[in-house]
Design a protein around this ligand. Structure first.
Ligand SMILES: *Cc1c(COP(=O)(O)O)cnc(C)c1O
Length: 358
Protein backbone atom coordinates (compact mmCIF):
# COMPACT_ATOMS: atom_id res chain seq x y z
CA UNK A 1 0.00 0.00 0.00
CA UNK A 2 1.27 3.43 -0.83
CA UNK A 3 -0.44 5.55 1.81
CA UNK A 4 0.48 9.21 1.79
CA UNK A 5 1.98 9.54 5.24
CA UNK A 6 3.55 12.81 6.36
CA UNK A 7 7.14 13.01 5.11
CA UNK A 8 9.61 11.93 7.76
CA UNK A 9 7.09 9.95 9.82
CA UNK A 10 8.37 6.52 8.82
CA UNK A 11 11.87 7.42 9.98
CA UNK A 12 10.72 8.78 13.31
CA UNK A 13 11.70 6.51 16.21
CA UNK A 14 8.96 5.13 18.42
CA UNK A 15 9.29 5.80 22.14
CA UNK A 16 10.70 2.59 23.58
CA UNK A 17 8.65 1.04 26.35
CA UNK A 18 9.58 -2.06 28.26
CA UNK A 19 6.32 -3.75 29.24
CA UNK A 20 7.81 -6.92 30.68
CA UNK A 21 6.25 -7.89 34.01
CA UNK A 22 9.13 -7.55 36.46
CA UNK A 23 8.95 -8.23 40.16
CA UNK A 24 10.90 -5.02 40.70
CA UNK A 25 10.25 -2.36 38.05
CA UNK A 26 12.86 0.40 38.09
CA UNK A 27 13.06 1.32 34.42
CA UNK A 28 10.74 4.33 34.00
CA UNK A 29 11.53 6.64 36.94
CA UNK A 30 8.11 6.03 38.43
CA UNK A 31 7.46 6.12 42.15
CA UNK A 32 7.82 2.63 43.55
CA UNK A 33 5.06 3.33 46.08
CA UNK A 34 1.38 3.57 45.22
CA UNK A 35 -0.90 6.30 46.57
CA UNK A 36 -0.80 6.86 50.36
CA UNK A 37 -3.94 5.28 51.91
CA UNK A 38 -5.16 8.62 53.32
CA UNK A 39 -5.07 10.16 49.85
CA UNK A 40 -6.85 7.17 48.36
CA UNK A 41 -9.60 7.42 50.98
CA UNK A 42 -10.32 11.04 50.17
CA UNK A 43 -10.16 10.33 46.44
CA UNK A 44 -12.73 7.54 46.60
CA UNK A 45 -15.15 10.00 48.21
CA UNK A 46 -14.58 12.46 45.38
CA UNK A 47 -15.08 9.82 42.70
CA UNK A 48 -18.56 9.20 44.11
CA UNK A 49 -19.71 12.58 42.79
CA UNK A 50 -18.10 12.49 39.32
CA UNK A 51 -20.55 13.09 36.44
CA UNK A 52 -19.28 10.32 34.18
CA UNK A 53 -21.75 11.28 31.44
CA UNK A 54 -20.40 14.84 31.15
CA UNK A 55 -17.31 16.26 29.51
CA UNK A 56 -14.81 17.67 32.03
CA UNK A 57 -16.16 21.01 33.29
CA UNK A 58 -14.45 24.31 33.96
CA UNK A 59 -14.48 23.67 37.72
CA UNK A 60 -12.68 20.35 37.24
CA UNK A 61 -9.81 22.31 35.69
CA UNK A 62 -10.09 25.33 37.95
CA UNK A 63 -9.95 23.42 41.24
CA UNK A 64 -6.45 22.23 40.38
CA UNK A 65 -5.35 25.40 38.59
CA UNK A 66 -6.32 27.55 41.58
CA UNK A 67 -4.31 25.40 43.96
CA UNK A 68 -1.22 25.51 41.76
CA UNK A 69 -1.54 29.26 41.14
CA UNK A 70 -1.86 29.90 44.87
CA UNK A 71 1.14 27.73 45.71
CA UNK A 72 3.42 29.62 43.32
CA UNK A 73 1.80 33.00 43.84
CA UNK A 74 0.91 33.48 40.16
CA UNK A 75 -2.35 34.22 38.37
CA UNK A 76 -4.65 31.39 37.36
CA UNK A 77 -4.13 32.62 33.79
CA UNK A 78 -0.48 31.63 34.12
CA UNK A 79 -1.16 27.94 34.76
CA UNK A 80 -1.65 25.42 31.98
CA UNK A 81 -2.66 21.82 32.64
CA UNK A 82 -1.67 19.00 30.33
CA UNK A 83 -2.16 15.31 29.72
CA UNK A 84 1.18 14.66 31.35
CA UNK A 85 3.78 17.39 31.02
CA UNK A 86 4.58 15.51 27.81
CA UNK A 87 1.52 17.03 26.20
CA UNK A 88 2.59 20.53 27.22
CA UNK A 89 6.18 20.05 26.10
CA UNK A 90 5.03 18.64 22.76
CA UNK A 91 2.70 21.64 22.29
CA UNK A 92 5.43 24.13 23.19
CA UNK A 93 7.62 22.58 20.49
CA UNK A 94 4.67 22.67 18.09
CA UNK A 95 3.85 26.31 18.86
CA UNK A 96 7.42 27.48 18.29
CA UNK A 97 8.14 25.18 15.37
CA UNK A 98 7.38 25.71 11.73
CA UNK A 99 8.37 24.45 8.33
CA UNK A 100 12.07 23.94 8.92
CA UNK A 101 12.97 27.59 9.53
CA UNK A 102 12.73 27.53 13.30
CA UNK A 103 15.44 26.09 15.51
CA UNK A 104 15.11 24.42 18.87
CA UNK A 105 18.16 23.99 21.10
CA UNK A 106 18.38 21.37 23.88
CA UNK A 107 21.15 19.45 25.66
CA UNK A 108 22.36 15.98 24.72
CA UNK A 109 22.08 13.47 26.23
CA UNK A 110 18.75 14.53 27.66
CA UNK A 111 15.10 13.52 27.37
CA UNK A 112 14.95 11.60 24.08
CA UNK A 113 11.55 13.08 23.23
CA UNK A 114 12.97 16.59 22.63
CA UNK A 115 14.48 15.50 19.32
CA UNK A 116 11.30 13.69 18.36
CA UNK A 117 9.05 16.65 19.20
CA UNK A 118 11.35 18.98 17.25
CA UNK A 119 11.05 16.72 14.22
CA UNK A 120 7.28 16.49 14.66
CA UNK A 121 7.08 20.30 14.78
CA UNK A 122 9.13 20.44 11.57
CA UNK A 123 11.69 22.50 13.40
CA UNK A 124 15.42 21.94 13.29
CA UNK A 125 16.56 20.31 16.53
CA UNK A 126 20.01 21.44 17.65
CA UNK A 127 21.49 19.30 20.44
CA UNK A 128 24.25 20.81 22.58
CA UNK A 129 26.61 18.19 24.00
CA UNK A 130 26.96 17.92 27.75
CA UNK A 131 30.56 17.60 28.98
CA UNK A 132 32.13 14.15 29.35
CA UNK A 133 31.03 13.98 33.00
CA UNK A 134 27.53 15.12 31.91
CA UNK A 135 27.82 18.53 33.49
CA UNK A 136 26.23 21.40 31.62
CA UNK A 137 28.18 24.27 30.03
CA UNK A 138 25.83 27.26 30.20
CA UNK A 139 28.09 29.49 28.06
CA UNK A 140 28.22 26.95 25.25
CA UNK A 141 24.45 26.53 25.45
CA UNK A 142 23.80 30.29 25.29
CA UNK A 143 26.20 30.71 22.39
CA UNK A 144 24.38 27.99 20.42
CA UNK A 145 21.01 29.61 21.13
CA UNK A 146 22.27 33.07 20.11
CA UNK A 147 24.21 31.93 17.03
CA UNK A 148 21.21 30.02 15.73
CA UNK A 149 18.64 32.68 16.62
CA UNK A 150 16.68 29.80 18.15
CA UNK A 151 12.90 30.07 18.56
CA UNK A 152 13.03 27.82 21.61
CA UNK A 153 15.71 26.80 24.13
CA UNK A 154 15.02 23.81 26.38
CA UNK A 155 16.79 22.45 29.43
CA UNK A 156 15.80 19.56 31.65
CA UNK A 157 16.71 20.31 35.27
CA UNK A 158 17.73 18.04 36.86
CA UNK A 159 18.47 16.16 33.68
CA UNK A 160 17.02 12.84 32.55
CA UNK A 161 18.74 10.41 31.96
CA UNK A 162 22.03 11.66 33.40
CA UNK A 163 20.65 12.76 36.79
CA UNK A 164 22.85 15.86 36.83
CA UNK A 165 21.54 19.19 38.10
CA UNK A 166 22.05 22.62 36.58
CA UNK A 167 22.69 25.20 39.33
CA UNK A 168 20.04 27.90 39.52
CA UNK A 169 22.76 30.50 38.81
CA UNK A 170 23.31 28.86 35.40
CA UNK A 171 19.57 28.91 34.65
CA UNK A 172 19.58 32.61 35.47
CA UNK A 173 22.68 33.13 33.31
CA UNK A 174 20.86 31.53 30.37
CA UNK A 175 17.74 33.62 30.95
CA UNK A 176 19.87 36.78 31.14
CA UNK A 177 21.87 36.07 28.01
CA UNK A 178 19.49 34.65 25.45
CA UNK A 179 17.34 37.11 23.49
CA UNK A 180 13.87 37.86 24.86
CA UNK A 181 12.60 36.64 21.48
CA UNK A 182 13.71 33.10 22.35
CA UNK A 183 11.37 31.12 24.58
CA UNK A 184 13.13 29.33 27.43
CA UNK A 185 11.47 26.08 28.54
CA UNK A 186 12.72 24.58 31.81
CA UNK A 187 11.53 21.00 32.20
CA UNK A 188 11.40 20.41 35.97
CA UNK A 189 10.05 16.84 35.90
CA UNK A 190 12.40 15.84 38.77
CA UNK A 191 12.70 19.14 40.62
CA UNK A 192 11.17 17.78 43.86
CA UNK A 193 14.31 15.67 44.28
CA UNK A 194 16.63 18.65 43.72
CA UNK A 195 15.02 21.80 45.02
CA UNK A 196 16.76 24.40 42.84
CA UNK A 197 13.66 25.45 40.94
CA UNK A 198 13.57 28.33 38.49
CA UNK A 199 10.06 29.23 39.66
CA UNK A 200 11.37 32.36 41.43
CA UNK A 201 12.79 33.69 38.15
CA UNK A 202 9.51 33.57 36.21
CA UNK A 203 8.37 37.07 37.16
CA UNK A 204 11.54 38.59 35.69
CA UNK A 205 11.53 36.63 32.42
CA UNK A 206 8.26 36.72 30.47
CA UNK A 207 9.83 34.37 27.89
CA UNK A 208 10.26 31.56 30.44
CA UNK A 209 8.07 28.45 30.75
CA UNK A 210 8.42 25.95 33.60
CA UNK A 211 6.95 22.48 33.10
CA UNK A 212 6.24 20.06 35.95
CA UNK A 213 4.59 16.68 36.30
CA UNK A 214 2.59 14.56 38.76
CA UNK A 215 4.17 11.41 37.28
CA UNK A 216 7.39 11.23 39.27
CA UNK A 217 7.51 12.62 42.84
CA UNK A 218 3.72 12.41 43.22
CA UNK A 219 3.52 8.84 41.96
CA UNK A 220 0.68 9.57 39.52
CA UNK A 221 2.11 8.29 36.24
CA UNK A 222 -1.14 6.39 35.55
CA UNK A 223 -3.20 9.59 35.37
CA UNK A 224 -1.09 11.62 32.92
CA UNK A 225 -1.21 15.04 34.54
CA UNK A 226 1.36 17.80 34.20
CA UNK A 227 1.36 21.57 34.33
CA UNK A 228 3.28 24.56 33.09
CA UNK A 229 3.61 28.07 34.44
CA UNK A 230 4.39 31.00 32.16
CA UNK A 231 3.22 34.48 31.24
CA UNK A 232 -0.50 34.86 30.45
CA UNK A 233 0.37 35.54 26.81
CA UNK A 234 2.29 32.28 26.44
CA UNK A 235 -0.29 30.14 28.26
CA UNK A 236 -3.02 31.66 26.09
CA UNK A 237 -1.12 30.87 22.88
CA UNK A 238 -0.13 27.32 23.90
CA UNK A 239 -3.70 26.74 25.08
CA UNK A 240 -4.94 27.23 21.52
CA UNK A 241 -3.08 24.12 20.43
CA UNK A 242 -4.93 21.73 22.75
CA UNK A 243 -7.87 19.72 21.54
CA UNK A 244 -11.18 20.30 23.35
CA UNK A 245 -11.40 18.41 26.67
CA UNK A 246 -7.78 17.24 26.43
CA UNK A 247 -7.77 16.18 30.08
CA UNK A 248 -10.17 13.69 31.61
CA UNK A 249 -12.23 14.30 34.74
CA UNK A 250 -10.89 11.29 36.65
CA UNK A 251 -7.29 12.45 36.26
CA UNK A 252 -8.17 16.05 37.11
CA UNK A 253 -10.00 15.01 40.28
CA UNK A 254 -7.16 12.69 41.27
CA UNK A 255 -4.47 15.32 40.76
CA UNK A 256 -6.60 17.83 42.67
CA UNK A 257 -6.75 15.54 45.72
CA UNK A 258 -3.07 14.62 45.47
CA UNK A 259 -2.11 18.29 45.34
CA UNK A 260 -4.33 19.09 48.33
CA UNK A 261 -2.54 16.37 50.26
CA UNK A 262 0.95 16.89 48.87
CA UNK A 263 2.49 17.08 52.34
CA UNK A 264 1.78 13.32 52.56
CA UNK A 265 4.42 12.86 49.86
CA UNK A 266 7.22 14.72 51.61
CA UNK A 267 8.47 11.69 53.61
CA UNK A 268 8.64 9.49 50.51
CA UNK A 269 10.47 12.15 48.52
CA UNK A 270 12.96 12.37 51.40
CA UNK A 271 13.25 8.58 51.47
CA UNK A 272 13.99 8.56 47.74
CA UNK A 273 16.67 11.25 48.09
CA UNK A 274 18.27 9.33 50.98
CA UNK A 275 18.24 6.12 48.95
CA UNK A 276 19.75 7.87 45.94
CA UNK A 277 22.62 9.11 48.10
CA UNK A 278 23.16 5.72 49.72
CA UNK A 279 23.06 3.87 46.38
CA UNK A 280 25.44 6.40 44.81
CA UNK A 281 28.01 5.94 47.61
CA UNK A 282 27.65 2.17 47.32
CA UNK A 283 28.09 2.14 43.54
CA UNK A 284 31.20 4.31 43.80
CA UNK A 285 32.92 1.39 45.55
CA UNK A 286 32.18 -1.11 42.75
CA UNK A 287 35.11 -1.81 40.43
CA UNK A 288 34.59 -1.49 36.70
CA UNK A 289 31.75 0.98 36.98
CA UNK A 290 31.43 4.77 36.78
CA UNK A 291 28.45 6.28 38.56
CA UNK A 292 27.33 9.87 37.92
CA UNK A 293 26.10 12.19 40.68
CA UNK A 294 22.31 12.46 40.63
CA UNK A 295 19.78 15.03 41.81
CA UNK A 296 16.79 12.92 40.75
CA UNK A 297 14.98 9.70 41.73
CA UNK A 298 17.36 7.53 39.67
CA UNK A 299 21.06 6.90 39.13
CA UNK A 300 22.96 6.48 35.88
CA UNK A 301 26.15 4.50 35.63
CA UNK A 302 28.44 3.20 32.93
CA UNK A 303 30.09 -0.19 32.70
CA UNK A 304 31.57 -2.22 29.87
CA UNK A 305 29.31 -5.04 31.01
CA UNK A 306 26.07 -3.05 30.73
CA UNK A 307 24.36 -5.41 28.35
CA UNK A 308 25.19 -8.61 30.25
CA UNK A 309 24.32 -6.90 33.51
CA UNK A 310 20.90 -5.96 32.13
CA UNK A 311 20.35 -9.65 31.37
CA UNK A 312 21.41 -10.58 34.89
CA UNK A 313 18.85 -8.10 36.25
CA UNK A 314 16.18 -9.51 33.93
CA UNK A 315 16.95 -13.04 35.09
CA UNK A 316 16.31 -11.80 38.63
CA UNK A 317 13.06 -10.16 37.44
CA UNK A 318 14.40 -6.64 37.88
CA UNK A 319 13.64 -4.10 35.15
CA UNK A 320 16.23 -1.38 34.49
CA UNK A 321 16.83 0.98 31.57
CA UNK A 322 19.66 0.14 29.20
CA UNK A 323 20.39 2.80 26.59
CA UNK A 324 21.88 0.56 23.93
CA UNK A 325 23.55 2.77 21.34
CA UNK A 326 21.80 6.05 22.15
CA UNK A 327 24.19 8.98 21.51
CA UNK A 328 26.71 9.44 24.35
CA UNK A 329 24.94 6.81 26.49
CA UNK A 330 26.80 3.73 25.31
CA UNK A 331 27.11 1.11 28.07
CA UNK A 332 24.93 3.14 30.42
CA UNK A 333 22.23 1.83 32.73
CA UNK A 334 19.65 3.96 34.52
CA UNK A 335 17.95 2.60 37.61
CA UNK A 336 15.08 4.35 39.40
CA UNK A 337 15.10 4.30 43.18
CA UNK A 338 12.97 1.64 44.85
CA UNK A 339 12.43 1.06 48.53
CA UNK A 340 15.53 0.34 50.59
CA UNK A 341 14.76 -3.37 50.33
CA UNK A 342 14.29 -3.25 46.55
CA UNK A 343 17.53 -1.32 46.16
CA UNK A 344 19.40 -3.83 48.32
CA UNK A 345 18.04 -6.60 46.09
CA UNK A 346 19.37 -5.12 42.85
CA UNK A 347 22.60 -3.95 44.46
CA UNK A 348 23.28 -7.56 45.48
CA UNK A 349 22.62 -8.80 41.94
CA UNK A 350 24.95 -6.10 40.62
CA UNK A 351 27.76 -6.81 43.09
CA UNK A 352 27.55 -10.58 42.58
CA UNK A 353 27.70 -10.03 38.84
CA UNK A 354 30.51 -7.50 38.82
CA UNK A 355 32.48 -9.42 41.44
CA UNK A 356 32.00 -12.75 39.70
CA UNK A 357 33.44 -11.51 36.40
CA UNK A 358 36.74 -9.91 35.69
C1 LIG B 1 8.86 11.87 32.93
C2 LIG B 1 9.31 13.10 32.24
C3 LIG B 1 8.42 14.08 31.76
C4 LIG B 1 6.96 14.06 31.85
O1 LIG B 1 6.27 13.02 31.98
P1 LIG B 1 4.68 13.05 31.97
O2 LIG B 1 4.35 11.74 32.55
O3 LIG B 1 4.27 13.20 30.54
O4 LIG B 1 4.24 14.20 32.79
C5 LIG B 1 8.93 15.21 31.17
N1 LIG B 1 10.24 15.38 31.02
C6 LIG B 1 11.11 14.48 31.45
C7 LIG B 1 12.54 14.75 31.26
C8 LIG B 1 10.69 13.31 32.06
O5 LIG B 1 11.60 12.42 32.45
Amino acid sequence: MALKYRPGLADRPSYEMDENPYQITLNANESTLNMPPMVEDRLMGRFASVAFNRYPGVTDYMNLIEQIAKNFNVGTNQVLLGNGSSEIIEKVFYCFGNAKTSKIVYPQPSFSMYGIYAAAAEAQGIPVDLEDDYTFDAEKFVKTVVDNKAALAVVCNPNNPTGTGIPLSDIQYIADNIPMSTVFLVDEAYIEFYGQSAMGLLKDYPNMIIARTFSKAYGLASCRVGYAIASPEITDMIGKSFMPYHMNTLSLVTADVVYQMRSEYVPRIQMTIAERKRVYEDLKKVNGLTVYPSETNFVLFRTEKAEALTKAFEAASIGVRHFGSAPRLENCLRISMGTREENDTWLKVLKDFMGGQS
